[in-house]
Design a protein around this ligand. Structure first.
Ligand SMILES: Cc1cc2nc3c(=O)[nH]c(=O)nc-3n(C[C@H](O)[C@H](O)[C@H](O)COP(=O)(O)O)c2cc1C
Length: 355
């Protein structure tokens, strides 16, 4: 079953992008173009998630994957002071801050939906599914993908029974998939620092690798395939597609391309990469409480989104975002494919294949 990922016609995967960015149309457009795509379950109610799966199935007869947030430990960090500091922003936007609370993102119900729908590939971020969940998914023929950010996480994923490792480097847009949400998180290693060690683990365990993080040009896709990955997973490269649910203010900030990206906990309590704005600059002290902080800042983000105010919303983006192209998903996949082929041809000219 792992062949769904290792034998793709186009070795490009449109990343799951929760929060309304990935849509059934984005996923369907990607698989129609011969690539693969994941529909995210994160933040959705089970009913809304089931609906999105149905909508995607209605748009394409081709297989697609889904992605789940693995629930972490209940956070112990105190969010009171942070909530008071965020209140000032909330008042400026005419709303109140949200209540901090921990939840598991309806994890068990979502696993049940995925098992019932026999989704061919199921990926996880923020940690590993239980051995029982892996067993249930495999029993219905699903391939299990674990997002990993360190060699230790990769080994743990292999032991848990994952079929594929999605190696996420530090340049990636939005949340780091790290298993633990440590207060002293150092930021994660760049993709090309991770790949050699991950290739060793992949060879030892027989698990194929997907590479992700900062890949927005076809030359990057060719490079990670040369470095041992079976496919490249790109998120930011698709943020400007008309099929994506990216908000207008977010799109504008990406196109203008004047902002740096940074890792921040300010919006959700977990480290995530986005374009620097005043909210991030003013809240560098956010506690490592996820999803508590997500709930605290939600009214602010929603109000900022409605007002089209880029300074108080999460403008998620990977480091290479200025290379993202504004075109339909199939066209972006075509451009990436042509660029990857050019990169391979240039390499072959430089280093001709022996007769
Ligand atoms: C807006 C956005 C939302 C994302 N949401 C998810 C998600 O729900 N689940 C997940 O596993 N990864 C998510 N990611 C991370 C991607 O899976 C991937 O690691 C990342 O996009 C790769 O880096 P790049 O953005 O530089 O291509 C998201 C990325 C972006 C840009």
């Amino acid at each position: 079953m792992v062949g769904v990922i290792t034998k793709l016609a186009v070795p490009i995967i449109v990343a799951p992008m929760a929060g309304g960015v990935s849509t059934p149309a984005l996923v369907a457009g990607a698989v129609a173009a011969g690539a693969y795509a994941f529909l995210p379950a994160g933040y959705l109610t089970p009913e809304a998630f089931r609906e999105q799966v149905e909508q995607t199935k209605a748009l394409t007869g081709k297989p697609f994957g889904v992605n789940l947030f693995t629930p972490g430990a209940r956070s112990t960090a105190d969010t009171t002071g942070y909530r008071d500091r965020v209140r000032a922003q909330a008042e400026r936007l005419g709303v109140d801050v949200g209540e901090p609370r921990w939840d598991d993102d309806h994890y068990a119900a979502k696993v049940d939906i995925v098992v019932a729908a026999k989704i061919p590939v199921v990926s996880f971020t923020f940690g590993l599914p239980s051995a029982e969940d892996v067993r249930r998914l495999k029993a219905v023929g699903s391939t299990v993908v674990a997002t990993v950010t360190t060699p230790a996480e990769a080994r743990a994923a292999a032991e848990r029974g994952a079929d594929v490792l999605c190696v996420q480097g530090a340049a990636a847009g939005a949340h780091r998939g790290a298993f633990e949400n440590d207060a002293a998180y150092p930021g994660g290693a760049p993709l090309y620092d991770l790949l050699p060690a991950m290739r060793v683990i992949g060879t030892e365990t027989g698990l194929p690798l997907i590479a992700a993080g900062g890949l927005t040009h076809g030359a990057d896709v060719a490079a990670v395939l040369a470095a041992g990955a079976v496919a490249a997973q790109l998120g930011t490269a698709f943020l400007l597609c008309p099929e994506a649910g990216t908000s207008e203010a977010h799109r504008k900030a990406l196109v203008v391309a004047e902002r740096e990206t940074t890792l921040t906990r300010a919006f959700t309590g977990r480290p995530a990469r986005g374009l620097v704005n005043s909210f991030i600059a003013e809240h560098q002290d956010a506690p490592n409480a996820y999803p508590d902080v997500h709930h605290v800042t939600k009214p602010v983000r929603v109000a900022a989104g409605r007002a089209g105010d880029p300074e108080a919303m999460a403008l998620w983006a990977g480091q290479a975002y200025p290379l993202a192209v504004e075109a339909p998903v199939a066209e972006v996949i075509g451009i990436l494919t042509a660029q990857a082929r050019d990169a391979v041809a240039a390499l072959t000219r430089r280093w001709p294949v022996a007769d």
